[in-house]
Design a protein. Structure first.
Length: 155
């Protein structure tokens, strides 16, 4: 496996720390395919992460958000009756898992729902008012008249 050394970029650039951290975090690692998941766009600014978590209940799953990341952890609690079961074939994986997703700026978790073995996490991107596009009115003024938008000067 090849490792990407980004240290020369750290020494010669300013303000790209987050980009390099994202590249480090998403470097190819061992393929962990459990649990299976989908990421879909459900609208212009809405998204949904769906994870196949058969055998897990709502009490077995923890969803946490921190900064621009969401972490989904699952740990199956073993009860006395489950320890006594004898499996002839075990095809449903009930092992612990942790899956992390990087979120873009201003993406927030709206809700989470567990139904029919699928965990659905709904996300929305809400830009603050200062980041939203706005229209600027174009006005024409006479050559002698100047239009003041904001001024601290008192006449």
């Amino acid at each position: 496996m090849h490792n990407l050394d980004l240290s020369p970029f750290y020494r010669s650039s300013v303000g790209f720390d987050r980009l390099f951290s994202l590249l480090d975090d998403h470097a190819p690692q061992e393929a962990n395919s459990f649990p299976s998941y989908n990421i879909e766009r459900t609208g212009d600014d809405t998204y949904r992460i769906s994870m196949a978590v058969a055998g897990f209940g709502a009490d077995d799953i923890v969803i946490e958000t921190k900064e621009n990341a969401i972490s989904v952890k699952g740990a199956k609690s073993t009860s006395q009756t489950e320890q006594k079961r004898e499996f002839l074939h075990r095809g449903i994986a009930e092992r612990s898992f942790e899956r992390r997703f990087q979120l873009a700026d201003h993406v927030e978790v709206l809700s989470a729902d567990l139904k029919n073995g699928l965990l659905h996490i709904d996300l929305v991107r809400e830009l603050p008012e200062s980041k939203r596009p706005r229209k600027i009115a174009i006005g024409s003024t006479d050559a002698n008249e100047t239009k003041t938008i904001d001024s601290d000067v008192k006449n």
